[in-house]
Design a binder for this molecule. Structure first.
Ligand code: ZN
Length: 167
């Protein structure tokens, strides 16, 4: 706990417990995507213990390949902080980032990435590739598997339902 947090009287748990709290916020965003008929992926960006940006996948609605949850959240966070660098920020996302989003995370100098489920088809922080294994000028710290069951179940239910509708 930082001094400021102690002084403000807000008690925020540290470590894994804190990560679960913010992952739940990312899951709420994923539920919002689900309600809109989108693949349920949600993301929040946290700085100094506060959510500064929250977004979910809007690819179908906006008919745009770029509208992944992480890209939209990074866009909002840049506006919130007034710059393209996002120092001291942790990005929470329900699914392992794809190559596009992993690239955006590195470009924005995000310090930590916490993701839920692994993505064996497009994951770029350990599954299909690991962007951190290349000599880029910035390497975010990666934590995976936080509330992975909740994150993955939502996705598999979504795709099972989709398949049902096609039968
Ligand atoms: Zn992506």
């Amino acid at each position: 706990m930082s001094k400021e947090e102690k002084n403000s009287g807000i008690v925020t748990p540290d470590g894994p417990q804190k990560d679960e709290i913010f992952m739940r916020a990312a899951i709420s965003e994923a539920v919002a995507a689900l309600d809109e008929g989108e693949v349920p992926i949600g993301c929040v960006i946290v700085r100094d213990g506060k959510i500064i940006a929250a977004a979910h996948n809007k690819r179908e609605k906006e008919k745009n390949a770029l509208y992944h949850a992480e890209i939209l959240a990074i866009d909002k966070a840049c506006h919130a902080l007034g710059g393209w660098r996002l120092p001291g920020c942790t990005l929470y996302v329900t699914l392992e980032p794809c190559p596009m989003c992993a690239g955006a995370i590195v470009s924005a100098r995000i310090e930590r990435v916490v993701y839920g489920a692994k993505d064996p088809k497009a994951g770029a922080f350990g599954s299909v590739l690991n962007l951190n294994s290349y000599p880029l000028n910035h390497k975010p710290e990666i934590i995976s598997g936080v509330l992975k069951r909740d994150c993955a179940d939502m996705l598999s239910q979504f795709f099972a339902k989709k398949r049902e509708n096609y039968l």
